[in-house]
Design a protein around this ligand. Structure first.
Ligand code: NAP
Length: 257
């Protein structure tokens, strides 16, 4: 394996597009998700089209211990991860106290704990080698209060903050870390999170375009990549002048649309 990217959540959406971009550049791949049939068919597509080496690992990363198992499988096979895409994640609509707590705990285990663990394990190896790139799929949600999808927004705030701090610690090490922060993207995310038919996803960005922007930002070693201009404007220009309660009210309305 050479120039290898490990991508979590590669069976659909943004992760699948990261895999296509990386393969188109001649890079090998380790694809991770729960739905093995989808990973196998993506592998077939990429091997046929780009003649790259692709490994498929079926793994539920919300299970305690699964990130360590993934790392052990990769290292025992002698595969070197040059690019880590911590991309797997899901959201969930509803008022916090009315939601099933276990679903939110599972979300934290995947969106936060698996990402933290994989970044620590593979990041250490990258730092020892003096090179490597890490892309964390965060969200514009990471900059906002998130009534009616509260835990999800909080998980992404963790990812944004952790990436910013880690990027500073890694300066001069040869390793970079980038947080991709999209607004709504047309993937399976909306359905999984309970937003099927929601107006919030009207005019959503495409997964392919979003992945392209994130991949480019990662190559350039950028720390934060907000992938659509209107959200950059909202978060960097408008929001700092709005009272927090007004921002929360706007987000609450959007989540319930
Ligand atoms: N779509 C949006 O509007 C949007 C906006 C901002 C940020 N994001 C973020 O983008 C990332 C990718 O989401 P997406 O939009 O591409 O949605 P998606 O199409 O639903 O993809 C989610 C991916 O995560 C995998 N996954 C889910 N639970 C998993 C688990 N327990 N263990 C391992 N893999 C798991 C899924 O694969 P399996 O089901 O096969 O396991 C799938 O490959 C997420 O972190 C999401 O929070 C999405």
């Amino acid at each position: 394996m050479k120039n290898t990217a490990l991508i979590t959540g590669a069976s659909s959406g943004i992760g699948k597009e990261f895999a296509r971009i990386h393969a188109s550049k001649g890079g090998d791949l380790i694809l991770v998700a729960r739905r093995k049939d989808l990973l196998d068919s993506l592998k077939e597509e990429l091997v046929q089209k780009y003649n790259v080496a692709v490994q498929v690992i079926q793994k539920d990363l919300s299970v305690v211990g699964s990130s360590q198992e993934l790392y052990d499988t990769v290292t025992q096979n002698g595969w070197q991860v040059d690019y880590l895409f911590n991309n797997a994640g899901f959201g969930g609509k509803g008022a916090f106290l009315d939601r099933d707590l276990e679903a939110d705990v599972e979300m934290v285990r995947l969106n936060v704990m698996a990402l933290l663990k994989l970044t620590h394990l593979f990041g250490k190896d990258m730092k020892a080698r003096g090179n490597g790139k890490i892309l964390q799929t965060a969200s514009t949600a990471g900059f906002l209060p998130g009534p009616y999808q509260n835990t999800y927004f909080a998980t992404k705030a963790f990812v944004v903050s952790h990436t910013q701090g880690l990027a500073h610690e890694l300066k001069g090490s040869g390793v970079t870390v980038t947080a991709l922060c999209p607004g709504p993207v047309a993937t399976e995310f909306a359905k999984v999170a309970g937003f099927g038919g929601s107006k919030m996803f009207d005019g959503a960005a495409s997964a392919a375009q979003t992945a392209q922007k994130g991949y480019r930002a990662m190559e350039q070693g950028k720390v934060i990549c907000i992938s659509e201009f209107q959200f950059t404007f909202l978060i960097k220009v408008l929001m700092p002048f709005l009272p927090q309660s007004m921002t929360a009210a706007i987000i609450a309305k959007m989540q319930q649309s």
